[in-house]
Write a protein that binds this ligand. Structure first.
Ligand SMILES: NC(=O)c1ccc[n+]([C@@H]2O[C@H](COP(=O)([O-])OP(=O)(O)OC[C@H]3O[C@@H](n4cnc5c(N)ncnc54)[C@H](O)[C@@H]3O)[C@@H](O)[C@H]2O)c1
Ligand SMILES: [Zn+2]
Length: 361
């Protein structure tokens, strides 16, 4: 079992990472004195597999456990589901000191964090991430969110959990597509901040894809550490440091939207976005051709796409420009100086962006 600290003064918390540790979560939670009633937000599928372990462990430590299964898809990150959960919490919570437990992937985590930040003007919550993406990314850093039909993650808050408890053994039941989804974010961390991790991935990608426990533990620890360090320095993305976590996401978001959130998963779209951003870096003479090729090769080996199919170039351009208008008139990209070394640049010549997007067709 390994521990990483997110250093945020009085909002500091630990990330615990280990394999087969779910049955120990109760004692960790009890030591935080958040209350005697846990309200566990999860979904049916995850609940069936893992909620009994969590609840048994909580009850052993004198904490009661109430489970609310929400639907297991992005549609649950909505005002209406948040409203229903808040209503249920209010009914259940009369006279109780409640805290919230998010048991699931990023959807459950984002919604549970959102609800925790608003119920009684904020109650404590714990993240128990069960997808690779959630273990390396969404459970850490306190970004909570729900979607509106007009835009993803458009309503939310910065609200830090009291604990992130990642049992890597639960990834064994994760579908391959979801594992690859998370690996896209892992490649992102390596590309922006950790060359040694990049080399490790080039050597061990096949083991990661076959759910090798030692490899996944290593990867998750390294990525969680990077996220914890960045969040500790720039909690609310006001200093520009947290921005580098968006590597591959500018064009990635446009690709996801162009495929109507069905054609490409988030990780697949980010993989294509990373290729575009690395290609821009190469055209600006920041990144060497060889390193660009290594990144493309790792993406392909992981089973992530290097070419966009079933979405049009024009649509991606249109959605990217719309997004840019939303954020501000200047374009801004996270680029690479080398593998493991990112920078943020604005005002990139539109011709270069155009050519780099064409590369993925
Ligand atoms: N808050 C943040 O900083 C942040 C960062 C990145 C992404 N996100 C958000 O995260 C969400 C995506 O999260 P995700 O990729 O984890 O997807 P997800 O939460 O939709 O989970 C994917 C699927 O895997 C299933 N699942 C989860 N754990 C499982 C397990 N152990 N075994 C079997 N099946 C399991 C779920 O039921 C679901 O069907 C998006 O809404 C995105 O906006 C948030
Ligand atoms: Zn992402």
């Amino acid at each position: 079992m390994r521990k990483i600290k997110v250093n945020l003064g009085e909002r500091s918390y630990d990330i615990i990472i280990g394999s087969g540790i779910l049955s120990k979560v109760g004692s960790y939670i009890a030591s935080l004195n958040m209350g005697s009633h846990a309200y566990v937000i999860t979904n049916k599928l995850i609940s069936k597999k893992y909620a009994h372990l969590v609840c048994k462990s909580l009850e052993k430590n004198g904490i009661s456990c109430k489970i609310n299964n929400i639907k297991g898809n992005e549609g649950s990150k909505s005002l209406s589901v948040a409203g229903k959960v808040l209503n249920d919490l209010t009914r259940y919570g009369v006279g109780k000191k409640i805290f919230i437990v998010a048991l699931g992937g990023g959807v459950v985590g984002d919604l549970a964090g959102f609800v925790a930040s608003f119920y009684k003007r904020g109650v404590a919550y714990v993240q128990i991430p069960t997808t690779l993406l959630a273990q390396v990314d969404s459970s850490i850093g306190g970004k909570t969110a729900i979607d509106l039909p007009q835009a993803k993650n458009i309503i939310g808050s910065f609200y830090q959990p009291k604990l992130v408890f990642a049992d890597t053994a639960v990834l064994k039941t994760l579908p391959k597509r979801q594992l690859q989804n998370g690996l896209a974010e892992v490649i992102k961390y390596a590309a922006i901040k950790d060359k040694a991790l990049f080399l490790y991935l080039l050597k061990n990608y096949a083991k990661a894809l076959s759910y090798n426990s030692a490899v996944l533990n290593f990867i998750i620890y390294r990525c969680a550490k990077i996220k914890a360090q960045i969040v500790s320095k720039d909690e609310k993305e006001t200093k520009g440091l947290r921005t580098i976590l968006n590597f591959g996401h500018t064009i990635g978001h446009a690709i996801e939207a162009a495929g109507k959130y069905k054609k490409y998963s988030h990780g697949q779209a980010v993989a294509l976005g990373m290729i575009v951003a690395a290609d821009i870096s190469r055209r600006l003479a920041l990144l060497k051709d060889g390193q660009y090729s290594e990144l493309c090769s790792l993406i392909k080996k992981t089973g992530l796409p290097a070419k966009a199919k079933g979405v049009s170039f024009n649509n991606i351009m249109r959605l990217y420009l719309h997004d840019k208008k939303f954020i501000g008139s200047k374009n801004r990209f996270v680029l690479l100086k080398s593998i493991g070394n990112a920078l943020v640049l604005s005002d990139i010549p539109p011709g270069i962006i155009n050519s780099s997007i064409k590369q993925i067709f």
